[in-house]
Design a protein around this ligand. Structure first.
Ligand SMILES: C[S@@+](CC[C@H](N)C(=O)[O-])C[C@H]1O[C@@H](n2cnc3c(N)ncnc32)[C@H](O)[C@@H]1O
Length: 365
C-alpha cells in the first residue's frame, strides 16, 4: 500500500487540492476539540519549541490550514498570558507518492501571510516533510508534543485478504468494499486488519510523543446504532461499487475484477475505536465525539445534479489512483465517475448522504 496509495496530485480539476471541501468542513467541525487540546497541552508544559506532526496531510489547502489553526490557537493563549510565542516545528507526513512538491510551492506565500498577519510576534515556524507509512515508526522517541490526523486512519495498511470460499468462489461478490450483501467473514477480516493497524499506529505514536503528549484523530466511521432500511447504502463506497457493477453489466469491466476488488479502508464504529485505544493501553481518552457532514459539504446548493457531480469529484480525487491500478487504465475513469455522479444524484434525491465522523483527543500516558 505504501508504494501505491495516493490522492490525485497537482492542482487540476480532478486533484485532491481542488476537491477537498468535505475534509475542510470536517476540520472546521473538529476545531473546538483541536483548540481545547492545544490549550491543555501548552498550559501543562510551555515548550520553547512546539513540535508537531500532521499524519496523512495529502496535498492541498487543508495541509497548511491546520498549521494556521494551530498557530492561531497558541497565539490566543500567549496573548492571554502575556507570554512570548513558542517556535513551531511542523512535520507533514504522507505516503511516498504524495504530491509534496505542490505543498512546498505554497510554503513561501504561507510564511508571507503569517508575517503580514502576526508581524514579528510569532514563531518562527519550520516546516518539514516526513514521508512514510504511519502504520510503523516515523519519528525518534519522545520527539513530538502533538500529532494530528484527519481522514487518514480509515485507510488500511494493505488490501484486505483475497476473500474466496473453500470452493474458490468470491465471497464479496459484486462489491468493492463492505456492503449489505457482504458475508460476516468479510466484515471480520476487515475489522481484524483495522485492529492490527490501529494497535501498531497507537504503539508507534506513543513512543514518538513526549509523556502526556497529545493526539487528535478524526476519521470516517459508521453508526452501528441505526438499522438501515433496505433501500439505503451502508457507505458511499457501496454506491460506487454499484456503479462498477453496472459497468460489468454493460460489458465494460470484467466481472472477476469487480469480485476481487476490496478497497483498503475500513469505517469503524465508535465502540471499535474506543475499544482498540483502551486495549492498546498507551493513551488516555480525553474527548470522544461523533458528528456528521453531508457528502457534498453543502456545496451542491440544493441542486441535485450539481450535488452528484460534486460528490463524484470528491471521491474521484481520493479513489481514482487505486481504482485505475486495480481495473486498469483502460477502464475509462471519466465514464465511471459520470455514472457515479448520476447514481449519487438519484440516491440523494431520496436520502440524505452523510459521512459519520469519529473525533478523538487522546493523551499519552
Ligand atoms: C483523504 S486524505 C486527507 C488529507 C488531509 N488530512 C485532509 O484532511 O484534507 C488521506 C491521506 O492519508 C494518507 N495516508 C493513508 N494511509 C497512510 C499511511 N499508512 N501513512 C501515511 N499516510 C497515509 C493518504 O495518502 C492521503 O493523502
Amino acid at each position: 500500500m505504501d508504494q501505491i496509495l495516493c490522492m490525485n496530485g497537482g492542482e487540476g480539476k480532478a486533484s485532491y487540492a481542488q476537491n477537498s471541501f468535505v475534509q475542510e468542513q470536517v476540520m472546521s467541525k473538529a476545531k473546538p476539540v483541536l483548540q481545547e487540546t492545544l490549550r491543555e497541552l501548552y498550559l501543562e508544559s510551555f515548550p520553547e519549541c512546539l513540535k508537531l506532526a500532521d499524519l496523512g496531510c495529502s496535498s492541498g489547502p487543508n495541509t497548511l490550514l491546520l498549521l494556521r489553526e494551530i498557530i492561531n490557537s497558541i497565539d490566543v493563549i500567549c496573548k492571554q498570558l502575556n507570554k512570548k510565542e513558542p517556535l513551531f516545528q511542523m512535520f507533514l507526513n504522507d505516503l511516498f507518492r504524495n504530491d509534496f512538491n505542490t505543498i512546498f510551492r505554497s510554503i513561501p506565500s504561507f510564511y508571507e501571510e503569517l508575517r503580514r498577519e502576526k508581524g514579528g510576534n510569532f514563531g518562527p515556524c519550520f516546516i518539514a516533510a516526513m514521508p512514510g507509512n504511519f502504520y510503523g515508526r516515523l519519528f525518534p522517541n519522545r520527539s513530538l508534543h502533538f500529532i494530528h490526523s484527519s481522514y487518514g486512519v480509515q485507510w488500511r495498511s494493505q488490501v484486505p485478504g483475497n476473500f474466496v470460499s473453500e470452493f474458490g468462489s468470491p465471497l464479496n461478490k459484486g462489491n468493492i468494499y463492505l456492503a449489505r450483501t457482504s458475508p460476516k467473514s468479510v466484515l471480520e477480516a476487515y475489522l481484524d486488519l483495522f485492529k492490527r493497524d490501529m494497535t501498531l499506529f497507537l504503539m508507534s505514536r506513543s513512543e514518538e510523543l513526549v509523556p502526556e503528549g497529545r493526539m487528535v484523530l478524526t476519521m470516517i466511521g459508521r453508526d452501528a446504532s441505526i438499522n438501515l432500511p433496505d433501500d439505503q447504502v451502508s457507505s458511499i463506497l457501496e454506491l460506487l461499487g454499484m456503479t462498477v457493477s453496472d459497468m460489468v453489466q454493460e460489458g465494460l469491466i470484467e466481472e472477476e475484477k469487480l469480485d476481487n476488488c476490496n478497497m483498503p479502508c475500513y469505517l469503524p464504529t465508535p465502540e471499535e475505536v474506543r475499544h482498540v485505544i483502551q486495549e492498546e493501553g498507551s493513551f488516555h481518552i480525553t474527548r470522544f465525539e461523533t458528528f456528521k457532514v453531508t457528502w457534498d459539504a453543502e456545496m451542491g446548493y440544493g441542486d441535485v445534479q450539481l450535488r452528484g457531480k460534486y460528490v463524484a469529484a470528491s471521491i474521484r480525487a481520493i479513489a481514482e489512483p487505486i481504482l485505475a491500478m486495480h481495473f486498469g487504465e483502460e477502464v475509462m475513469m471519466d465514464g465511471l465517475f459520470e455514472r457515479f455522479a448520476r447514481k449519487v444524484s438519484q440516491y440523494t434525491e431520496l436520502h440524505k448522504g452523510e459521512y459519520f465522523n469519529i473525533l478523538v483527543s487522546i493523551k499519552n500516558r
